[in-house]
Ligand binder design. Structure first.
Ligand SMILES: COc1nc(N)nc2c1ncn2[C@H]1C[C@H](O)[C@@H](COP(=O)(O)OP(=O)(O)OP(=O)(O)O)O1
Length: 181
C-alpha cells in the first residue's frame, strides 16, 4: 500500500502580513487554509493539501514537511505539525493508499507556486469541495475545526484512483492518531 501525507497550513486571514500568521495556542482561530491546485500526477486539476508519497527511510512527519517545502515553499518545524488524521483508501477491496493528515498554524515563508502545485489561501467556510476528492467533504471540515479522524474510504473501478468511483466509507472522530515513527 502506498504511504502518503497531506498537510493543511492554517492562518488567521486578518493577519496576512505576518509570516507566522495564525495560532490556535494564541487564542486566534484560523480562518483560512492553504490548499494547492495540483498541477500533475494523481488528482491533477483538483484542490488538496500539500503532500505526497513517503520516500525511503522517511517518517510521515518528515514527508509532510518536505512535500510542503517542495510544493509551496513553506518551512515547518516538526514540533509544529499536529497529527490530525489517518485515512485508508481502498480500491476494489484492496488497500491502495494510507494517508497521514497534519495541520499547522505555525510556519515560515510565503506560499509560492511550483511545477507540482499552485497554492491558494481559501476561507475555511468556503473550501471548494466540488473541486476536490469526493471523500474530502466528509473529513476535512472536522480536521479544519481541530478534530482528529480515522477513516476508511472505498473506491471501485480500477486504476487510476482518481478515475474510480467513491462508493462508501467509515469514519471515527476524536481518535488518538498513533501511526507515527
Ligand atoms: C482517495 O482520496 C484522496 N483524497 C485526498 N484528499 N488526497 C488523496 C487521496 N488519495 C491520495 N491523496 C493524496 C495523497 C498525496 O498527498 C497525493 C498524491 O501524491 P502524489 O502521487 O502526487 O505523490 P508525490 O510524491 O507528490 O508525487 P511524485 O511521485 O510525482 O513525486 O494525493
Amino acid at each position: 500500500m502506498i504511504e502518503a501525507t497531506l498537510c493543511f497550513p492554517l492562518r488567521d486571514g486578518a493577519d496576512t502580513g505576518d509570516e507566522r500568521a495564525g495560532s490556535r495556542d494564541g487564542g486566534t482561530s484560523p480562518t483560512e487554509v492553504l490548499l494547492i491546485e495540483k498541477r500533475r500526477g494523481l488528482g491533477e486539476g483538483w484542490y488538496n493539501g500539500p503532500g505526497g508519497k513517503l520516500e525511503d527511510g522517511e517518517t510521515p512527519r518528515e514527508c509532510a514537511i518536505r512535500e510542503t517545502r517542495e510544493e509551496v515553499g513553506l518551512e515547518i518545524q516538526p514540533a509544529d505539525l499536529e497529527k490530525a488524521g489517518e485515512l485508508t483508501f481502498l480500491l476494489d477491496g484492496e488497500g491502495h493508499t494510507f494517508c497521514h493528515v497534519y495541520r499547522t498554524a505555525t510556519f515560515e515563508g510565503e506560499p509560492r507556486p511550483s511545477p507540482e502545485a499552485r497554492p491558494e489561501w481559501v476561507p475555511i467556510d468556503d473550501v471548494p469541495y466540488d473541486r476536490m476528492w469526493d471523500d474530502d467533504r466528509l473529513w476535512l471540515p472536522g480536521v479544519l475545526e481541530g478534530r482528529t479522524v480515522a477513516g476508511e474510504f472505498r473506491f471501485e473501478g480500477g486504476e487510476p484512483l482518481d478515475e474510480a468511483a467513491f462508493v462508501d466509507h467509515d469514519l471515527e472522530w476524536d481518535v488518538e492518531v498513533v501511526r507515527e515513527r
